[in-house]
Design a protein around this ligand. Structure first.
Ligand SMILES: *Cc1c(COP(=O)(O)O)cnc(C)c1O
Length: 394
């Protein structure tokens, strides 16, 4: 199997898995218990917190463990909205192509009386700082913009946007789930107030993540219960998952430069070779992009059919076409970068990890053109395009 859906989730690294084992076996105490077994677990938990903090250039007290990226995003938004409401501020700014963990949470906020401005991301898939400057008002309580997009991998000017927000006294949150463990993320340098991350996107386990909260930001509870995480996030800590996540992050930082060099060479080979398919387009900026993200559209095909046929070749890929999730709408990300519906439907996302090899990439480079031309032969739309009854849009 050639696994190229690493933006969806990743394999747990051998080191992360190994780090997890003692916590499932000898060190199974509840980290809140005062006895030796509990305190042993507590030591592992706090060590993991320090490791995470060091990897992000944060203080240990600024790291709050959660169940993953979705919870972290919800928590950050809820915090900024409650604080905003207390001060009579009810305006939020985000981008048009955030993850649903942000977009759907903001839809709920709109129902509660908040207004939301969605900044455009243009053809390149990058927010313009000038647009943020224009959109921000005295009523703005939160700006939330992702660090790297999960579908097209484009990297946003977070540092510049955080600066604009601070000049106006506005809280800035970034969903860095796709960035952490893949490119350098330094919370102090970025100047963000809150930052979301998730273990399973960088070879840690699923169901564990963290929210970085800068000292001084008033953090509200999402849930009520015990006194864990400084009284802010109740529930017995997932120590095994947390330790594995910290191990995976530390590991990824140590090998990042070497891994990224390989990923870029594999990704660029995919772009070079698959761009020769006629009527195709690269989605999003090619330069300001995560090393492991490839995303292209091919005119006249359906993404789902492409995925199913690639699966027959043993290739696990992803598409921006959302039919499989019960909706006929193509990806909001691809529409946000201005793709017409029919082109957005014919998209292919391949997201690489350190476990991929050039041999695998070569197999993909041989399979994709065959599959695309096979699908085009069967497509009534492609037939019309060929006969000139319909105009090519790419
Ligand atoms: C995966 C992802 C999330 C959700 O994280 P989970 O840990 O799966 O809840 C949020 N934002 C982005 C950008 C993601 O890629």
């Amino acid at each position: 199997m050639i696994y190229l859906d690493n933006a969806g989730t990743t394999k747990v690294s051998a080191k992360a898995k190994e780090a997890m084992l003692p916590l499932l076996d000898e060190v199974y105490g509840n980290a809140s218990s005062l006895h030796t077994a509990g305190q042993e677990a507590k030591t592992y938990l706090e060590e993991a917190r320090s490791t995470m903090a060091k990897c992000l250039n944060a203080e240990a007290g600024e790291i709050f463990f959660t169940s993953g990226g979705t919870e972290s995003d919800n928590w950050a938004i809820e915090t900024a909205c409650r604080y905003g409401k207390m001060r009579g501020k009810t305006h939020i700014i985000t981008s048009a192509f955030e993850h649903h963990a942000v977009l759907h949470t903001l839809e709920e906020k709109e129902k509660q009386g908040f207004t939301v401005t969605y900044l455009p991301v243009y053809k390149e898939g990058i927010v313009h700082v000038a647009d943020l400057k224009k959109a921000i008002t005295d009523n703005t309580c939160l700006v939330t913009i992702m660090l790297a997009n999960n579908e097209i991998g484009t990297i946003q000017p977070i540092k510049e946007m955080a600066k604009v927000c601070h000049e106006r006294g506005v809280i800035f949150h970034t969903d860095a789930v796709q960035a952490v463990g893949h490119i350098g993320v330094d919370v102090k340098d970025l100047g963000v107030d809150m930052l979301s991350l998730s273990g399973h996107k960088f070879h840690g386990p699923k169901g564990v993540g963290a929210l970085y909260v800068k000292k001084g930001v008033p953090l509200f509870n999402l849930m009520q219960g015990g006194a864990q995480e400084k009284n802010k996030r109740p529930g017995t800590e997932n120590v095994a998952g947390i330790v594995a996540m910290a191990t995976a992050l530390n590991e990824s930082l140590g090998e990042m430069e070497k891994v990224n060099k390989r990923l870029i060479s594999m990704r660029d080979k995919l772009f070079d070779k698959l761009s020769t398919i006629p009527h195709s387009v690269i989605n999003g900026s090619k330069s300001q992009r995560l090393p492991g993200n490839f995303n292209m559209s091919f005119e006249g095909i359906e993404g789902e059919s492409l995925l199913l046929l690639l699966d027959d070749y043993g290739i696990c890929a992803s598409s921006g076409s959302a039919c499989t999730s019960g909706s006929l709408d193509p990806s909001h990300v691809l529409l946000a970068i201005g793709l017409p519906h029919e082109v957005a439907h014919g998209s292919l996302r391949l997201t690489l990890s350190k476990y991929n090899t050039m041999e695998e990439i070569n197999k993909v480079i041989s399979a994709v053109p065959k599959v695309v031309s096979h699908l085009r032969k069967m497509s009534p739309v492609w037939d019309e395009l060929e006969k000139g009854e319909r105009k090519h849009v790419i």
